[in-house]
Design a protein around this ligand. Structure first.
Ligand code: AMP
Length: 423
């Protein structure tokens, strides 16, 4: 029969790889707790309208990348392509903004129908961090410091920070016209994509990777040169805060983002070690979004980090995750011992919380069982035969040294492991 394969662009995370993911997730949890951010878990499916209104009708995401379907009652639903919209929807729906600001985060899968390639998938995972209700550049800086601390705690190097400001909504509208006039005067030089964007989303032309357009883009008016006074002040405040905290950055006047809701600050963390998909993390301020989706006018800022790319970077930079191999492997030989093995393993786990103990399963000779113990990468084999079962003892063999096998009482095993592997 024909085998069934996973969907293109949607990956399995294998047991061999999952330790990298856990290293990232554990570190992220601990860093975010250190800044007082709280986890939230929104659903993966939302009403399509939420993304149309937030991400923007004329973005690539909404135009051609969403997994949208009708459910059985005829409602149009979408697998979330990003998570800010869900966080904001939840905050408004449950009144989280009433008590002042909220700082929240979420880790989970996102879905975009993009052309899959290395570092770009159709199901990918993001850490999403959002601070709702804070107007100042201090919280933009805080988000950047959180990501910087994450790199530091993970031992990652060579991730550089680019920042820019897109200005407030009104300034953006005026600047947009300036941009349309500029590119409109060079229509003949634009490619098909940019011509389309000229009418719908001219800012995105600045983001084009077409080498033939780069000279034109370099000379184009930049949003940061057309800021309203408040956004200019805000941007200066952010730069000052970053300098104060010792975070290096570069202002990239062409930095725009793929979603429409950004106002003011935008930033991206980039690496040269992953090829074309070089952005590991991006975010910025979205002061208009909460009102646009029906909530009270509330300033907000956040970022999303691509976990696949970060895991790849951990591998490239040879950051070694903690070993997940078992500490011990329990082998039972003989009928009586075989009947006792599972119960004994339970008692050992009671005595030694944190111990990773694998119980041998399947048939085979003592030799075959010891071979399996060795292959499990466990440090110790625990061996119980009928005589040990009778005497209430267990044989302990250090699989990684030549020390002879010893025998200890079953009641002593907790103490033994505490001394050997858990302290
Ligand atoms: P965005 O939500 O587009 O601002 O993206 C934020 C981060 O998510 C990017 O910097 C990437 O690291 C990651 N990302 C976005 N799209 C994809 C994708 N299709 N596959 C893998 N990672 C992605």
């Amino acid at each position: 029969m024909k085998t069934i394969k996973a969907i293109r662009g949607m990956n399995d995370i294998s047991p061999a790889e999952v330790s990298y993911w856990q290293l990232f997730e554990d570190t992220a949890r601990s860093v975010l707790a250190a800044y007082g951010y709280q986890e939230m878990r929104p659903p993966i499916v939302e009403r399509t309208e939420l993304f149309q209104r937030s991400v923007g009708e004329s973005t690539d995401i909404v135009e051609k990348e969403m997994y949208t379907f009708e459910d059985r009652s005829g409602d149009s639903l979408t697998l979330r392509p990003e998570c800010t919209a869900s966080c904001v929807r939840a905050a408004v729906e449950h009144g989280w903004l009433r008590g002042g600001g909220v700082r929240i985060w979420h880790i989970g899968p996102m879905f975009r129908y993009e052309r899959p390639q290395k570092g770009r998938y159709r199901q990918f995972h993001q850490l999403d961090v959002e601070a709702l209700g804070f107007p100042g550049p201090d919280v933009d800086a805080e988000l950047i410091l959180i990501s910087a601390r994450l790199w530091k705690r993970l031992g990652l190097k060579n991730i550089r920070l680019e920042i820019n400001s897109l200005g407030a909504r009104d300034a953006q509208a005026a600047y947009r016209q300036t941009l349309v006039d500029y590119f409109g005067a060079h229509r003949e030089a634009l490619d098909e994509d940019s011509l389309r964007r000229l009418g719908s989303n001219p800012l995105r032309i600045l983001d084009s990777k077409n080498p033939e357009l780069q000279a034109l883009i370099t000379d184009a008016p930049a949003p940061v040169d057309h800021l309203d006074a408040q956004s200019a002040d805000h941007f200066e405040g952010l730069k000052r805060a970053l300098r104060e905290a010792g975070v290096a950055f570069e202002v990239n006047k062409r930095l725009v983002r793929g979603l429409d809701y950004y106002t003011g600050t935008v930033f991206e963390w980039l690496t040269d070690e992953l090829g074309a998909q070089n952005a590991v993390c991006g975010g910025g301020r979205y002061d208009g979004l909460i009102e646009e989706i029906g909530g009270p006018a509330t300033p907000a800022t956040g970022f999303a980090l691509g976990i696949e790319r970060l895991v790849e970077l951990l591998k490239v930079q040879q950051v070694v995750p903690m070993e997940a191999s078992p500490h011990a492997y329990l082998v039972a030989v003989g009928d009586r011992a075989g009947q006792l093995a599972l119960a004994l393993a339970e008692r050992i786990r009671d005595q030694s919380p944190g111990l990773r103990l694998l119980v041998d399963a399947g048939k085979g000779s003592f030799k075959a069982k010891l071979k399996r113990a060795d292959r499990s990468s466990a440090r110790f084999a625990l061996i119980i035969g009928d005589s040990e079962a009778e005497a209430g003892t267990v044989g302990v063999k250090d699989l990684r040294s030549n020390h002879p096998q010893t025998t200890i009482a079953q009641t002593e095993i907790g103490g033994f492991f505490h001394q050997q592997v858990l302290n």
